[in-house]
Design a protein around this ligand. Sequence first.
Ligand code: ADP
Ligand code: MG
Length: 249
Amino acid sequence: MSQPTPANEVMEPAVSVRDLAIAFASHRVIDELDLEVQKGEFLVLLGPSGCGKSTLLNAIAGLLDVADGEVWISGRNVTWAEPKDRGIGMVFQSYALYPRMSVRQNLSFGLKISGVPKTEVDARVDKAAQLLKLEELLQRRPAELSGGQRQRVAIGRALVRNVDVFLFDEPLSNLDAKLRNELRVEIKKLHQRLGNTMIYVTHDQVEAMTLADRVAVMRGGTIQQLAPPQEIYRRPVNLFVAGFIGSPA
Ligand code: ADP
Ligand code: MG
C-alpha cells in the first residue's frame, strides 16, 4: 500500500538547474544560474536576443555540455544524460519535419524507432492529432501544409512521447501575427488539458504575459526577476525589467 504524503513534504520540482555554467570557447555566457520549475508549471524564459534563453533551454535538453553545475529533471540528475533519456519533448522555432514523410509518419517515426508497439503508436498519434486538429492532414507531406499546420505537427511530435516536461524555443516566431495568436491559445489550452510542465522561450512580452504562470526575465545570461506576470508588470525589480516589459515603473 502506498504511504500517505506527509503534509510537510516539499514538492519535488519538475526541473532544477543548480549553479549552472555554460561556456562557448571558454567564454561563460551563463554562470552560477539557479532555476526551479514546479510540476505542472508554465514557465516562460523572456529576454532580448542574445541573453541566453536558448542556451539555458538547450542545457536543460542536454544539447550542450555544461561547464559547471547540475541539471535535474523529475528527481533525477540528468547533467550527463543524453537528450533522449531526459524525459523531455522539445519544439524548436524551425519545424525540422521529415519532408518525405506524411504527417502520420512524422508523428510516429520517433516512437517506432524506440520500439513502441504499433497499436500504441497509432493510439498516441491519433490522440495528438485530435488535440492539435491534425486529423484531416495525416496523409499529407510537410510541403502541403501551412506554416501553422507544420508547427502543430512539430508540437505533436513532442506530444506523442508522453513526457512530463516540454521545452519550447520560440515555436511561434516564424508565423504571422494571426496564426501566432491562434496557436498561442492552442498551446495554453493544451497545457491546461495535459497539466504537464512547460518551459517556453520567447522574446515577445505579450506571449510571455499571456502564457506564463511565472516569467523569468533574462539579461546577459542571468535571471533578473522570476515572478508571476502581474507581479513583474506591477513591481519590476529594476529599470531593465521595467523597460523590457513596458511597465509603468
Ligand atoms: P537567445 O536565445 O536569448 O537569443 P542564445 O542563448 O542563443 O541567446 O545566446 C546567448 C549568447 O551565447 C550570445 O551571446 C550568443 O552569441 C552566444 N552563443 C550562443 N550559441 C553559441 C555558439 N554555438 N557558439 C558561440 N557562442 C554562442
Ligand atoms: Mg534563442
